[in-house]
Design a protein around this ligand. Structure first.
Ligand code: DQQ
Length: 535
């Protein structure tokens, strides 16, 4: 295989070649971070799935190891699909994963490290008593997968949920076990929602009300809220709700304002799927990993020799308003920041562009804060605009507005035939202001035949009171990962410029609104290349 380097990322997680998808079983164990992931050892398309394995001391530099879990027994002979890690008492990690058996049924298996004194936990043993959970009693054997990290209850039983569906009702089916070997299905799912279809890769965990510290999955008590996330097979997007967990009856109840479905909250409003969190005991934080798929064609992937990346790991915690999660790239990312450029108090008039020069922006980290002098010219908000993604598509970066669009033109060619725009637009509703954040990659490449969806999300900020808004974008050759308003609204796009490549990639700040905006501060760093799986 010849690997095409033009679109390979510099600091995002990827193996040297081949297909990758879901992050699996992330964990921190004895000072080492482990990331497993769905991997095809034989090519750049999905298939032959094993758990590839990498380790890291800092979540940024990665050492590749041999696949940890691969088909070898009847209970996983047709594939080793997604799952999670749990650190059991006595500091003993366990992995639960979905195996595909000879009848192509989805069954759940457990695996343990062969040698706990190997600092990298290279070899994993799958006991012969597997599978530990089978799709019996009316469960759909082809919609029964992706076990979560287990949490411990007062009654001395472990609990997990497994993603499933019954007709169109998506479900998080609950199982309990005293010994991690014998698992009993609970009478009721932890939660379910009609019309959502198969729930892939569910994730369920507590978050602290107040502060940024993470909470171990088994913790329980006052001062906690719960998060339930599902990846919806039919939309290929993920949604989460915030809610309460009643431990006595094992029921999760989403908060009233939190919808389970397509109008619900999302970690990322772009190309981000099959995500999973883990509690990092080392730094007392919860970390989120998500997969970002290619948006070129399968043929392109085969000729590139690779497909898929993992997004930069993000710390997640509850917003002090209790209404949503906040996310921010792990602080370790800052260790690979290189040459920096800086801008302060720079006015960007309506229709103006300011180039950020002096660094290689194709592989960069950009933080900028905009001050809004006035909202007087904000366009009126039409209350029928309920879908932010559609609104962003309708009002792309080139559509002039009142307050905004203003933001960044990333991976842009010098004359801007190519650009991936990241921006905000502010509207005036009857009794407040509405802030929209968009990724507009419609001009990301002059190459024909690419999938270039616009992405959008609302930003829950009091823009009038604050008078400013921040944006951070991680730019890395074929990915732009953005964090609006200190991590309130995030989105990721995969793009394939053909002119704006390497040194020919430019970065601009732009304002296409009638109202001027001011860059109060902008810092941009060229990013160094970390150790990336021996590439
Ligand atoms: N990918 C895995 C499944 C999971 C899906 C198979 C989500 O376990 O449901 O590669 O992307």
């Amino acid at each position: 295989i010849v690997v095409d380097n033009q679109y390979r990322t510099g600091y995002h997680f990827q193996p040297p070649k081949n297909w990758i998808n879901d992050p699996n079983g992330p964990m921190y164990y004895n000072g080492v971070y482990h990331l497993f992931y769905q991997y095809n050892p034989k090519g750049a398309v999905w298939g032959n799935i094993v758990w590839a394995h990498s380790v890291s001391k800092d979540l940024i530099n990665w050492i590749p190891l041999e696949p940890a879990i691969y088909p070898s027994k009847p209970f996983d002979i047709n594939g080793c699909w997604s799952g999670s890690a749990t650190i059991l008492p006595g500091n003993k990690p366990a992995i639960l994963y979905t195996g595909i058996d000879p009848q192509n049924r989805q069954v759940q298996n457990v695996a343990y490290p062969k040698n706990l004194s190997d600092p990298y936990l290279r070899e994993w043993v799958k006991p012969d008593y597997n599978p530990i959970i089978e799709p019996t009693n009316g469960l759909n054997a082809s919609s029964f997968r992706d076990p979560t990290t287990a949490w411990y209850g007062l009654d001395g039983r472990w609990r997990i949920v497994i993603g499933s569906k019954r007709k169109h009702r998506g479900m998080a089916i609950l199982y309990r076990s005293k010994d991690f070997v014998h698992w009993v299905r609970a009478k009721h799912p932890l939660h379910s929602a009609n019309g959502t279809g198969m729930w892939e890769c569910p994730d369920f965990y507590p978050v602290a009300m107040g502060g940024e510290l993470g909470v171990d999955t088994s913790e329980y008590g006052s001062g906690l809220k719960y998060v339930l996330k599902n990846s919806l097979d039919i939309t290929r997007y993920e949604y989460y709700t915030l809610g309460t967990y009643n431990r006595n009856v094992d029921k999760y109840i989403p908060d009233g304002a939190s919808a389970d479905n397509r109008s619900g909250l999302r970690y990322d409003y772009g190309n981000f799927y099959a995500s999973k969190t883990f509690y990092d005991q080392g730094k007392k934080r919860r970390i989120l990993w998500g997969w970002s798929n290619e948006s070129d064609s399968t043929r392109d992937d085969v000729s590139k020799g690779w497909a898929g990346i993992q997004t930069i790991p993000r710390k997640v915690w509850l917003d002090s308003n209790g209404r949503q999660l906040l996310q921010w790239p792990v602080e370790e990312l800052e260790s690979i920041r290189g040459k920096q450029v800086y801008m302060m108090n720079k006015k960007v008039k309506g229709g103006d562009f300011v180039e950020v020069s002096g660094i290689m922006t194709a592989q960069s980290d950009v933080e900028v804060t905009f001050e809004l002098s006035s909202l007087a010219k904000a366009e009126p908000f039409d209350p029928t605009w309920t879908d932010p993604q559609k609104l962003c598509a309708q009002k792309g970066a080139d559509v002039k507005g009142g307050v905004g669009p203003f933001g960044l033109l990333t991976l842009a060619s010098a004359r801007r035939e190519e650009q991936t725009a990241v921006f905000f637009r502010i509207f005036k509703a009857s009794d407040n202001y509405v802030t929209l954040m968009c990724h507009d990659p419609s001009r990301s490449s002059v190459r024909p035949g690419l999938y270039k969806p616009t992405y959008g999300g609302w930003v829950d900020v009091e823009i009038k009171k604050k008078g400013k808004i921040s944006l951070r974008s991680l730019i890395d050759h074929s990915v732009v990962e953005s964090f609006g308003a200190e991590g309130k609204t995030c989105m990721t796009s995969r793009v394939y410029p053909s002119i704006a490549v390497g040194d020919a990639a430019h970065l601009f700040v732009f304002n296409n609104g009638a109202e001027d905006v001011k860059i109060t501060e902008m810092k941009a760093w060229e990013m160094k290349k970390p150790l990336m799986n021996g590439d």
